[in-house]
Structure formats: structure tokens, C-alpha cells
Write a protein that binds this ligand. Structure first.
Ligand SMILES: [Zn+2]
Length: 460
């Protein structure tokens, strides 16, 4: 039995059902789970490990619901800087096809380290290319090194150019191989228990790169094992036109036709949806990963997140792949969500008319998407808030920083209104993985060197 006591945090943001923010707050944890969350004066006075966080704000670890770790290898590629989604993909597919298992490992380690430093303690990743013998196992190995919780998605592409899809035939695989490997991964790795560090997700990539048969069979396999399903949906108008032409449906109707609606499904983006489709998501329990930076970077559009929230749709945040962001900063993504929601509201005619008007989208709502919202999207009831019984996943940020100078009348809002900062401490299941702003689990200097070497090789 190992215990951990965190005390004297200036503010402890619980994100519990009543959204308590505790002054001079603290936590007491045993074996990676929270036992007490309260003012410091009500906590046990000692533990195996004690950390005084006076001068810090503490909040639940952030949850990232959509990423492609491997894309750290192709950030800011000159020929893909000024392209929309389909052209960006066509430029990058042949470069990604040169990756090997070591590249998948090193890029995943890079992305997860960057995520951890930005406050992320649980990440979902979507790997959908397996060139030159690379496997999802390579990314899983990197996750174990970094020490964050991982929802590793076994992505897939089966609809190549010759069958009317977008990707070249060289990067797609047969349905038989995909399903066999998916089953192997579930049986080898998936842990559904509370406190799970690793879950497997099945994630055929998108309507324009996957056959309808593979969509149906993946859903069947996932439901046989009780695991979650994830895909890109309604990201661009090009995709909507593709679905109409190829399948005769709008993207969401297409999902209905292949049995991809339900509380075990979450979609990345979902920008181009009707009010009726939003209500369908809410009614059926489908989740959405909102990826504001990527949507702006590729000029895809602005997701209707206020409508999702009003309808009661499960909504989380995703930094999306590192080649369309081009970073993995979770707190930065929460800030982007705040700004973009307000821009959309402004375009639609709403105005910020002061404290008497209903708020358009608050800083606290942005943080909510990044914590309990993301946990709900991933189907996790053991993370996303700081409450007794939940996992001891939390982060701490020092408030005595230049970026927050003048904003300490509301340190919670300062996290997203002010320039995004890295965290000073991060704990996953009670284990410290970031200390005084440095990652403890990885040698980041060596990592950068190896990563840049790999990136230069595949771009050659
Ligand atoms: Zn994506």
C-alpha cells in the first residue's frame, strides 16, 4: 500500500458534478486511487510521499480524444503547409509510407511526451498506416515508457485509389489482415478494468479510405469484445460530397447504414452535421472529439460545439495529428476551443454583451471539455474529475509565472485566457511523471535527436 498527500494548493479544481473549486485544497491517494479530495485541513497529515503545492493550481489530468502520434515526423512539411484535407493527405501518404517500426515508436514517444508536459494524462491515438512491418505494438511500447494512459486505436484503410478511395493502393490493407490483427491486439492488450492504463479501440480511418464491409465487420468485432469504435466523420465538405456520391448518403446517414451509431462510438471533428444529426448523437450516446486547431489549420470549418453541448452530446477535445496542428498541447487546445466557439457565435450574430448576457462559451467550459468531457467520450468513469474512488491523475501549474501576471483574481480562467503553459507536475495513477516542468520518464534531449533523425530520413 503506497500513499500520496498533496496539500495547500491555492485552488484545486475538482470538475466533479458540482464543479467544486477548493481553496487551499489537497488530495490523499492510496495505490493510485483518490481517497480524499478536500481542503488541506481535512486531510490526513502524513503519507509515504508528501508534496506541498502552495502557489500552484491543481486540476484533473487532461484527456486527449483524437491524435495521430506518427505525424510528429511530418510537422510543417513545406509541400503540405497550404493544402486542404484531401490535398494534404495525398501529399503526405507517400512520405508516411516510408515509416518503419522504430519511427512509429519514436514519434509516439515524442507526441506523448509533448502531451504529458502540456497536462495530458490520458491520450487516445489513431494509427491507421502500418508500413514496413510497423504495428500498433510499437506505439503501445512507447506509451509504457512515457507513462500516460493510452487508448490505442487500431486504425485501418482498405479502400485504395483503384476502388475509388483517396489513399494510394500501396498504403491500404486487406480486410482479412486488418480484422485478424485487430482481434490479436484486443486479446493481447485490452484492459477494461478501473484504473486501466491501456485500452484498444477499433478505428477504420474515414469514409473515403475504408470499405463499407470493413466498417460493418469492425463494429461487429468491437461489440463482441465490448470495446469502443472511432473514426473521422463529417470533417469537410469534400467528405460530404464523397459520401453522397459513393454511398448515396450524408456522412451520418452512412454511419447509420453500417451500424456505427451508439454509445460505444465517437467521431473526430463532426463539423458538417444537421440539427437532426446532433440530436441523433445525443439520443444514441455518440461522442465527438473536437479538434479546433486542426480544423483551422486545414480550413475545414468550425464544429457546432455549443449546439452539441445544448443537446447533451458527449464532447471532448483532440489535438488531432501532429501534421495538422502542428503540436500536441492539450491546454493550448482548450484555449483554441474557447476562441473558436466565440468566433462561430460571433459569425452567427451573437455578441459578448457583458455579465448580464448568457455566456457564449466560458473558460471553465473549455477546461471541462479537456477533462470530464474527454473521459465521457472515451467511456471512462474512473478519470476526468478529482473525486474519491477515481484515479489519481492530476496536474499542477505554478501561478507565479509571467504569463499569469495580473490574472490571479481568477487563476482557473487564466489557464485558458492567458498564453498556454506547460505543467510543472503531472501524476498518472499516483505516479509522478513530470516534476518541476521536466519529464521524468524519458530523456527528452536524446528523444529529440532520434526523432529529428527519423523525420529527416522519411522526408529525404
Ligand atoms: Zn485525425
Amino acid at each position: 500500500m503506497s500513499s500520496l498527500l498533496i496539500k495547500n494548493a491555492d485552488v484545486l479544481v475538482t470538475m466533479d458534478d458540482s464543479r467544486r473549486e477548493i481553496k487551499n485544497g489537497g488530495l490523499f491517494c492510496e495505490n493510485g486511487f483518490l481517497k480524499n479530495v478536500s481542503p488541506t485541513s481535512e486531510l490526513p497529515s502524513s503519507a509515504d510521499e508528501v508534496l506541498d503545492l502552495s502557489g500552484y493550481i491543481v486540476l484533473p489530468g487532461l484527456v486527449n480524444t483524437h491524435h495521430h502520434f506518427y505525424q510528429t515526423l511530418t510537422r510543417a512539411v513545406p509541400t503540405a503547409q497550404n493544402a486542404n484535407l484531401f490535398n494534404w493527405l495525398k501529399t503526405l501518404y507517400p512520405i508516411w509510407a516510408r515509416m518503419n517500426p522504430e519511427d512509429v515508436f519514436i514519434s509516439a514517444e515524442t507526441a506523448m511526451t509533448e502531451l504529458a508536459l502540456s497536462g495530458c494524462t490520458t491520450a487516445s491515438d489513431h494509427l491507421y498506416l502500418f508500413p514496413n512491418g510497423s504495428r500498433l505494438d510499437d506505439e503501445i511500447a512507447a506509451g509504457k515508457e512515457v507513462g500516460i494512459r493510452l487508448h490505442a486505436s487500431r486504425g485501418s484503410m482498405s479502400l485504395g485509389e483503384s476502388k475509388g478511395g483517396l489513399p494510394p493502393d500501396s498504403v491500404v490493407d486487406s480486410e482479412e489482415n486488418i480484422l485478424k490483427d485487430s482481434q490479436r491486439l484486443i486479446e493481447t492488450y485490452h484492459d477494461p478494468n478501473p484504473g486501466s492504463m491501456l485500452q484498444i479501440v477499433l478505428s477504420p480511418c474515414s469514409p473515403f479510405s475504408v470499405t463499407s464491409d470493413l466498417m460493418r465487420e469492425s463494429a461487429q468485432l468491437a461489440r463482441q469484445y465490448g470495446i469502443h469504435l472511432h473514426t473521422h466523420l463529417a470533417e469537410t465538405q469534400d467528405e460530404e460530397a464523397f459520401c453522397q456520391q459513393m454511398f448515396g448518403y450524408r456522412p451520418v446517414e452512412y454511419m447509420q447504414s453500417v451500424d456505427w451509431i451508439g454509445k460505444d462510438v465517437w467521431y473526430a471533428h463532426s463539423i458538417y452535421v444537421s440539427q437532426k444529426e446532433i440530436e441523433l448523437y445525443a439520443h444514441e450516446g455518440c461522442g465527438v472529439a473536437h479538434c479546433p486547431s486542426s480544423n483551422m489549420r486545414l480550413a475545414s470549418g468550425i464544429a457546432p460545439i455549443r449546439e452539441y453541448i445544448s443537446a447533451g452530446v458527449k464532447l471532448g477535445l483532440g489535438v488531432d495529428g501532429s501534421a495538422s496542428n502542428d503540436g500536441s498541447h492539450m491546454l493550448g487546445e482548450a484555449r483554441q476551443a474557447l476562441l473558436l466557439a466565440r468566433l462561430r457565435a460571433g459569425i452567427e450574430g451573437a455578441s459578448l454583451s457583458g455579465n448580464d448576457a448568457p455566456p457564449i462559451f466560458t473558460g471553465r467550459q473549455a477546461l471541462e471539455l479537456a477533462t470530464r468531457g474527454g473521459a465521457a467520450v472515451l467511456g471512462r468513469s474512473d478519470i476526468g474529475s478529482l473525486e474519491p474512488g477515481k484515479c489519481a491523475d492530476f496536474i499542477a501549474i505554478k501561478l507565479d509565472k509571467l504569463a499569469y501576471a495580473g490574472a490571479l483574481h481568477d487563476p482557473v480562467a487564466a489557464l485558458v485566457f492567458c498564453a498556454p503553459q506547460n505543467v510543472d507536475y503531472s501524476f498518472v495513477h499516483g505516479r509522478m511523471i513530470v516534476k518541476e516542468g521536466q519529464i521524468l520518464t524519458v530523456d527528452s534531449h536524446k528523444l529529440i535527436e532520434r526523432h529529428n533523425h527519423a523525420a529527416a530520413r522519411i522526408l529525404r
